[in-house]
Design a protein around this ligand. Structure first.
Ligand code: AP5
Length: 254
């Protein structure tokens, strides 16, 4: 009994440590449909740090018809990238929120070389120089998926408009056709998940986002993960990669 209580205490304390320790910035890189949103939601639950998805933030502005939303609606509908300064502004605003102090997962950002250089400077100034984190460089997880699978994944995607849960009619269907398992809302298809637009988004990734991976590769920060594997296995690989990187930063501090 005493042993069990001790084990429970250890379990509880390691969970508490998990909640208290700084995780720092995590960047998920990968083409449209790679599984960035799916995996971000799981990492968020594991480390209790927020997901910062520029796609979600921009879509919310479009939905609310804010000045920014009106400005970017057509750009997103075409599958083009929103201008860098607009995206950097909303990211700066979001990362200054108190819940981002222990760390965050960037999903869909940075997506251009300009955004990557901006992020480096922002993290250095906001978190490293203010002694919040020991290392300002993000852990960059690059999710790689066979190109031919991406189109099938995106056309099969369904989203719950109420809770944001992501489904797939082929690989992760809801229990009841087109209905969210969590809140029974009717699932929707994203406006930019039309074949013509998907092709443009994939082209934009090749053109503008691949250099971002090279930027972080030069800084030796990239961990490659096989995104073709089932969702649970991809999550395990990502958590291993993050734990490995945060341990090595902690080790270098001692
Ligand atoms: P954004 O919302 O970021 O979209 P994206 O990068 O095109 O990525 P997706 O959301 O399509 O895919 P995902 O990787 O999240 O995959 P998911 O987990 O859903 O950007 C949208 C637009 O906003 C851009 O085009 C641009 O206009 C603008 N924008 C956003 N950020 C910007 C920036 N920084 N700068 C400029 N403009 C910006 O998974 C896909 C499907 O696959 C799901 O159905 C899922 O269930 C399934 N799935 C996931 N993992 C697996 C698996 N392992 N096996 C089988 N199925 C899986």
């Amino acid at each position: 009994m005493a042993v069990r209580l001790d084990q429970e205490r250890v379990g509880a304390s390691s969970m508490a440590e998990q909640l208290l320790r700084n995780i720092g910035p995590i960047v998920l890189l990968g083409p449209p449909g790679a599984g960035k949103g799916t995996q971000s939601k799981r990492i968020t639950q594991h480390y209790r740090i927020p997901q910062v998805s520029t796609g979600d933030l921009l879509r919310e502005h479009v939905k609310q018809a804010t000045t920014l939303g009106v400005q970017v609606r057509d750009i997103i509908d075409r599958g083009d990238l929103v201008p860098d300064h607009l995206v950097c502004d909303i990211v700066a605003w979001r990362l200054r929120e108190p819940d981002a102090q222990r760390g965050f997962i960037l999903d869909g950002f940075p997506r251009t070389q300009v955004q990557a250089v901006w992020l480096d400077a922002f993290l250095k100034f906001e978190f490293f120089e203010k002694a919040i984190w020991a290392c300002w460089l993000p852990i960059v997880v690059r999710i790689q998926v066979d190109y031919n699978k991406l189109l099938l994944r995106i056309t099969g995607r369904r989203i719950c408009p109420a809770c944001g849960r992501i489904y797939n009619v082929h690989s992760q269907p809801p229990l009841v056709d087109e209905i969210c398992d969590v809140d029974s809302a009717k699932l929707v298809v994203r406006d930019d998940d039309r074949e013509q637009v998907i092709r443009e988004r994939l082209a934009a990734y090749e053109r503008q986002t691949k250099p971002v991976a090279e930027h972080y590769q030069r800084l030796n920060r990239v961990v490659q993960v096989n995104g073709d594997l089932p969702v649970d296995q991809v999550t395990s690989l990502i958590l291993e990669a993050i734990d490995g990187s945060t341990r090595s930063v902690a080790g270098s501090k001692n």
